[in-house]
Design a protein around this ligand. Structure first.
Ligand code: 9MR
Length: 555
């Protein structure tokens, strides 16, 4: 059997566990020692046809509400990992996945009292970063060097990328705006935990302050990334000391920055006492970056072209988004909400078509739409009409997904389309979950939550690989993520609370995958940057999904 996922007390999950292969037709839920049967049921074969995930059957024990530790057992086939039924079952995971960002902090020592056995020295001070392509003779006002310390490492590598920071911080700030009460109580055990700001916001500030330093004060444009010319070896941060550069100011980076700063401005305006002036600084920065983007709508980051012009060649992640239309929509929505000025809403086409493309680093339109929905009550009558349209589209899409998921072997929205299994597929699963939660907020029907929870189950083991993809949680969980500190620190367990990329049919790293079925194209090897890297833009939607469900459930 695949891992039996954890089921919450007092709440029904769509399906209990997904079983692969075998002939038996009955399953038993027992204590961990296989005694004391508390439930028996028939395996549901209605979805048993072979599929992209292999061949599967469902063991549905949703009606079992007894608290305790159990295993699911099928005579002749075997037993599951032990699983627990109780309330608040995801609480530690919500905390650990957010704490994962603390472990990604650059430029600071992680002390044992916060980091436990993963304590480490700081690296990458980034106080004197070269401007790529600048030369003494060009005499540009920005000069040759900037200081841009702090922020999070993007992923398993040691670089800092604005576009990816944008969607990550936007997702985390949206989580705070949607469920503020949950975060007033949460304690992450980070250096700032004793202050009066919620730890979620303290953690976000570590990256937000870095983002602010990436804006060119002379014209408002924002540098696309801060990077070494090449990826560093698998070493600890303090020994990865290659020269660092900021490269070209780009339209996408400036708009993502603008959106995040506008959103931060309204959140921090409530914390003027703790963070004097921050809200104003964020709003000014947001407006300046927006104006720069309006004047520079075609400043697309093209790494090959840049390498033809300037030395040294840069070979790190490009995040080369060629279509900034959705970034304009996101930034316009956030600026409109924060300033109340309709010019931001009317200057661009907010609804170019009926689509609701799932968020990713290159597609951020929905982040703007989610914010409009969140602030509906504050918006003018003109906009309210659009909101009604938006809600209908959202619930229609969620309903379509659910109908497909009901026939899918694992009963999850994730995996209904073969396209789901791309690079960073676990973020696809998490973002689908967020969409279902947004649909629930628009139309409080429990079915949306059940399927959001099913996608969380997917990420924690109810999938064709059987892996629980969050490091440190589950019996079968990544031990060898593509993550430099986890490889180099000499600690057998990887840094906890980090989400692996997940099955990726592209398998671009050429590692030795055990299966090429899209849903199983995953390998727990640090070789595999295409399926087993961790990244902030994957952790953030995971944190959203798990925290939102903890905040809402049980109903
Ligand atoms: O998440 C990115 C994925 O969509 C791209 O296909 C891939 C190749 O360009 O890059 C991924 O992002 C990586 C980034 O470029 C560098 N840091 C690690 C990121 C996660 O693998």
């Amino acid at each position: 059997t695949r891992a039996g996922q954890t089921t919450r007390a007092g709440q029904t999950t769509r399906a209990g566990s997904t079983i692969s292969a075998g002939e038996a037709d009955r399953f038993y839920i027992t204590g961990p020692d296989l005694r004391d049967t508390v439930y028996t049921g028939l395996l549901d074969t209605s979805r048993s046809s072979a599929n992209s995930a292999g061949s599967t059957r469902i063991a549905d024990f949703s009606s079992l509400k007894k608290e305790g530790i159990f295993v699911l057992c099928i005579p002749g086939l075997g037993k599951s990992y032990p699983f627990e039924i109780r309330g608040e079952v995801h609480r530690e995971i919500a905390k650990a996945s957010l704490k994962g960002f603390y472990f990604q902090r650059t430029a600071t020592t992680l002390l044992p009292e916060h980091a436990g056995k993963w304590a480490r020295a700081g690296g990458h001070p980034d106080t004197a970063v070269l401007i790529h392509g600048a030369s003494a003779s060009s005499q540009r006002p920005e000069g040759l060097v900037i200081s841009a310390p702090g922020g999070w490492y993007d992923a398993g590598d040691y670089n800092k990328y604005m576009v990816n920071s944008g969607i990550t911080v936007g997702t985390l700030l949206s989580l705070y705006e949607d469920f503020p009460e949950y975060f007033i109580k949460q304690n992450l055990d980070i250096p700032e935990s004793a202050n009066s700001i919620p730890d979620l916001l303290d953690e976000v500030l570590w990256n937000l302050r870095w983002m602010l330093s990436m804006q060119d004060p002379h014209d408002g444009g924002v540098y696309h990334k801060l990077t070494a010319a090449d990826f560093e070896g698998m070493v600890m941060p303090e020994t990865a000391v290659s020269k660092r550069y900021v490269v070209q100011k780009s339209t996408a980076a400036s708009l993502d920055f603008s959106a995040v700063m506008a959103q931060a401005a309204r959140i921090f305006s409530d914390m003027e006492q703790e963070l004097p002036g921050l809200s104003d600084s964020c709003l000014n920065a947001a407006v300046k970056a927006w104006e720069w983007a309006l004047e520079n709508p075609d400043s697309i980051y093209n790494q090959e072209e840049m390498n033809r012009k300037y030395d040294p060649d840069v070979h790190t992640g490009a995040y080369g988004d060629r279509y900034p239309e959705d970034e304009f929509i996101w930034a316009a929505a956030e600026l409109f909400i924060s300033t109340g000025e309709e010019k931001y809403y009317t200057i661009i086409e907010m609804f170019p078509d009926d689509e609701l493309p799932l968020p990713s680093w290159s597609q951020v339109r929905l982040l703007g739409y989610y914010s409009l929905l969140r602030w509906e009550k504050k918006l003018s009558p003109v906009v309210k009409k659009d909101i009604t349209k938006l809600k209908n589209r959202l619930t229609r899409l969620a309903g379509k997904w659910i109908a497909q998921a009901a026939a899918q072997p694992y009963g999850t929205v994730m995996g209904c389309s073969a396209d789901d299994f791309a690079w960073g597929s676990n973020a696809v699963a998490a973002n689908q979950g967020i969409l279902l939660i947004q649909a629930y907020r628009a139309d409080p029907d429990k079915k949306y939550l059940e399927y959001a929870l099913a996608n969380l189950d997917y990420l924690l083991g109810r999938n064709a690989t059987g892996y629980s993809f969050l490091t440190g949680f589950g019996d079968k969980t990544p031990m060898h993520p593509h993550h430099r500190p986890s490889v180099a620190d000499g600690v057998p367990e990887p840094v906890p609370g980090l989400l692996a990329g997940g099955p990726n049919a592209g398998m671009q790293d050429g590692c030795d995958y055990p299966s090429t079925l899209p849903g199983q194209a995953y390998i727990d090897s640090d070789c595999s940057y295409a399926s087993n890297e961790i990244a902030i833009n994957w952790n953030a939607p995971f944190v959203y999904l798990v925290s939102a469900l903890e905040a809402i459930l049980p109903l």
